[in-house]
Design a protein around this ligand. Structure first.
Ligand code: NAG
Length: 437
């Protein structure tokens, strides 16, 4: 009884959805015609309409010579062409290109991958003619959402891309841990500079990070922008009206030395609002955790490494605030975009023992214009360019191409058994995601 009612309701929703879809199609059809009819009309359209492009490849029809990345138009476009990716993000690929250079001296073999045990947190996959297959997915008591998020994000970069069947075929292994512990070719969210075998990939937060109450990346970006730029009817929060303090919340346990030193260096300072969080204590979390977007209400945001990289970093870099970090040991794909000094500075760098933190924060509190300049550079470089969803997908595809160039083998979708029978080695991602626990 309940079931039939539910099915009936579902069917009704389907009918409504179909109507809405049809209406949308009519609208886009009408819009596409008006675009074709008059180029001028289109350019005035995009200026006033911040919604993402309905068709992933539509930017390809623009005049190639004058094309420029426009965040309000392109930020959420996962399907930029290879050429537009390069034009938009000239510095995005430095880490991948470095890994590819190293791999050319020691090409990656199938044996290398076979040497990586598929244990807790490790995933092995294949991309074949632009389709994703999951070969093995290790048990993941703690990181299974990371594994799924990463596969989803990788698949999104594939299916958004016209011509994906022409991407090279690859077989790869990635780790969902904070860092890799094998000295074999592996994709990882972070690495130390000297870890030559590790290829950096975008972290799981570009999909979603529900465990710390941070939802989909695009949603958190919208919330952050609503604070800084305003959202009807509330105006944006001006930088000079932000709290003139350095803000930090986190667990000390993941890196007692560094995080403890930050707490020591900020203790009793009027310019600091820092505090250790205990994720196991609900009451503590309720009263002391601040939503990610509310971090942007502070002028200065501290960033401290944990086990390795700090997953909060890229959200903080979406704020029109000053990102304050100690000298980093762990790299993420976008870290080489940091500029510590000069007119293009986009963050403040302090020593790992925070000994110069006090002087630097006091300087910028008494020179708020200089601080605002840094915050503006952060918005331009990170929020509106290198940390956009568009950049994330460009990065994935460049990783696929460059990783392929470093491989000395072609992946096989089937293995042949002793009796000559062929056995598929991987499960298509579309099916895997439905049947995996
Ligand atoms: C920073 O950007 C805002 C918004 O675009 C602008 O109003 C302000 O003048 C800029 N400040 C500095 C110091 O460049």
């Amino acid at each position: 009884m309940q079931l039939t009612r539910a099915v009936g309701a579902q069917l009704r929703y389907l009918a409504i959805e179909a109507l809405v879809l049809f209406g949308l199609m009519l609208f886009f059809f009408w819009k596409a015609r008006s675009v074709q009819g008059n180029g001028l009309e289109f350019s005035s359209n995009i200026g006033t309409n911040p919604s993402p492009q309905p068709l992933s490849q539509s930017t390809d029809t623009y005049d190639e010579d004058t094309w420029d990345f426009m965040p309000e138009r392109d930020a959420n476009n996962h399907g930029l062409s290879e050429k537009h990716c390069r034009l938009a993000f000239p510095k995005l690929f430095i880490e991948v290109d470095k890994s590819a250079g190293l791999a050319k001296q020691h090409p990656i073999t199938l044996r290398d991958l076979d040497d990586i045990p598929i244990e807790n947190g490790i995933v092995r996959g294949i991309i074949y003619h632009g389709e994703l297959y999951v070969v093995e997915f290790g048990p993941m008591p703690y990181t299974f959402t990371r594994g799924k998020a990463t596969l989803q994000a990788l698949n999104r970069a594939l299916i958004s891309f016209t011509g994906r069947e022409n991407l090279p075929d690859i077989e790869f292994v990635f780790t969902t841990h904070d860092f890799s512990t094998v000295e074999k070719p592996i994709w990882s969210y972070a690495k130390r500079d000297e870890e030559n075998a590790v290829w950096l990939m975008p972290d799981f937060g570009y999909w979603s990070w529900p465990e710390v109450k941070i939802g989909p990346y695009q949603e958190i970006r919208r919330r952050i922008m609503a604070i800084d730029d305003g959202s009807d009817p509330s105006p944006g929060l001006l930088f000079q009206d932000k709290k003139k303090q350095l803000f930090w919340r986190g667990t000390v346990a993941t890196n007692p030395e560094l995080r403890g030193q930050l707490l020591q260096a900020t203790e009793g300072k009027s310019w600091a609002d820092t505090r250790a969080l205990d994720w196991g204590n609900e009451e503590d979390i309720r009263s002391n955790l601040l939503s990610m977007e509310d971090h942007c209400r502070y002028m200065f945001l501290a960033h401290v490494e944990g086990h390795s990289f700090s997953g909060a970093g890229k959200y903080l870099l979406n704020c029109r605030s000053v990102f304050v970090s100690h000298k980093l040991v762990w790299r993420e794909a976008h870290h080489h975009i940091f500029i510590a000094s000069g007119p293009d500075a986009n963050y403040i760098e302090v020593e790992r023992d925070f000994s110069d933190l006090n002087d630097k924060i006091e300087y910028f509190i008494s020179n708020p214009e200089a601080a605002e300049q840094i915050a503006n550079n952060t918005v331009a470089m990170f929020r509106d360019r290198y940390l956009t969803p568009a950049a994330e997908s460009c990065y994935w595809r460049h990783l696929i191409r460059q990783y392929a160039s470093g491989c000395a083998f072609e992946p096989l979708l089937y293995s042949t058994q002793a009796d000559g029978k062929k056995q598929p080695r991987g499960v298509p991602f579309e099916s895997w995601i439905l049947t995996s626990p």
